[in-house]
Design a protein around this ligand. Structure first.
Ligand code: PMV
Length: 317
């Protein structure tokens, strides 16, 4: 039996689209910040009577359970029956990156329970195959996920860009809707790839955003990171809006918060927004500005969380 506690991450430069669906290889590189406080805790034990998956206190059935068990098959083909117990201390599948911490925690707990020696990059490659963004939750701090060029995906894994204590940043999250998203990220990506005329522009223009965000992190230059983050986010959503049928996770409150962030910037508060596959808005700022940002977001939604940069996963026997 082993247990892993892992923080989710939010992409500052986005992953949207797959160059290989089976191996979950991305069409673009991406870069994230690991979040403090929010966490998935997952325990895995092998050698029980039958497979069992408990998520947030309830027995999982159907696709969520099948995804978990398939992931264990990938880690150890022909494995013994296993019991998996996983709990999130934040909303699941609601655009708050629960799949990133979920599959990273499952991977690290299973590797430990099976006593399989591995490097972080090897764990990241396995986690990637459960959910792309999980490739980045194998580390705390700031993490890049290389697009890679190899067909077998061995060069497409996370890389640690900077440790958790490199830069004291905050992400203020406005929860516009806690509900599960209507279109899952894989379905959304496949539809975008198949139908959006903007998709080719997206896959040919991400590198500059990533280079700037990485440099901005190393230099602790929030304006540089923020510009690259908003550019990457808007380009990603442009591909979704122009898919058939269109994918539109934004709600009126999401747009109002984007306006609020622009207004805060005009008032001299350096803050920048991003969104994922859901209506929630995440705002990046310095800790000294976080109370003012949180106050402004509370005019639009009830639920606002101020999170810092999260640490590395913790894995125990
Ligand atoms: O890892 P997935 O399949 O949940 O996809 C994540 C997609 C985005 O959150 C929209 C972007 C990202 O890079 O995390």
């Amino acid at each position: 039996m082993a247990t892993a506690t892992v923080h989710p991450n939010i992409a500052l430069v986005k992953y949207w689209g797959k160059r290989d669906r089976d191996l979950n290889l991305p069409s673009t590189g991406s870069l994230s910040m690991t979040l403090s406080h929010f966490a998935t805790k997952t325990s895995v034990v092998f050698g029980v009577d039958h497979d069992e998956v408990i998520i947030n206190g309830e027995e999982a059935m159907g696709r969520p359970a099948a995804r978990v068990l398939k992931h264990l098959d990938l880690i150890q083909p022909g494995r013994a029956p296993a019991k998996v117990v996983s709990t999130n201390n934040f909303p699941t599948a609601a655009g708050l990156a629960s799949s990133s911490s979920g599959f990273a925690a499952l991977t690290l707990a299973a590797l430990k329970a099976l006593n399989i020696d591995h490097t972080p990059a090897q764990a990241s490659i396995l986690a990637r195959q459960g959910s792309g963004s999980a490739a980045r939750s194998i580390w705390g701090g700031f993490v890049e996920w290389r697009r890679g060029v190899k067909e077998d995906g061995t060069d497409s894994h996370g890389l640690h860009v900077a440790p958790p204590d490199h830069w004291d940043l905050n992400m203020v999250i406005a929860v516009v809707d806690k509900g599960q998203k209507s279109v899952g990220s894989t379905e959304g990506m496949l539809r975008t790839m198949a139908t959006s005329p903007m998709y080719s522009a997206w896959v040919s223009s991400w590198q500059r955003d990533l280079d700037q965000a990485r440099q901005g992190i190393l230099d602790q230059d929030l304006t540089m990171v923020g510009r690259a983050m908003e550019a990457s986010t808007l380009k990603m959503f442009a591909t979704m809006f122009t898919s058939t049928p269109p994918i539109r996770y934004w709600r009126p409150a999401s747009v109002a918060i984007q306006d609020e962030v622009a207004k805060l910037r005009q008032d001299g508060i350096n803050c920048w927004w991003t969104m994922d596959a859901g209506p929630n808005v995440k705002v990046l700022c310095e800790p000294e500005d976080a109370p003012a940002v949180a106050d402004a977001l509370e005019h639009h939604v009830e639920d606002v969380h101020t999170l810092a940069v999260g640490g590395h996963p913790v894995v125990e026997d």
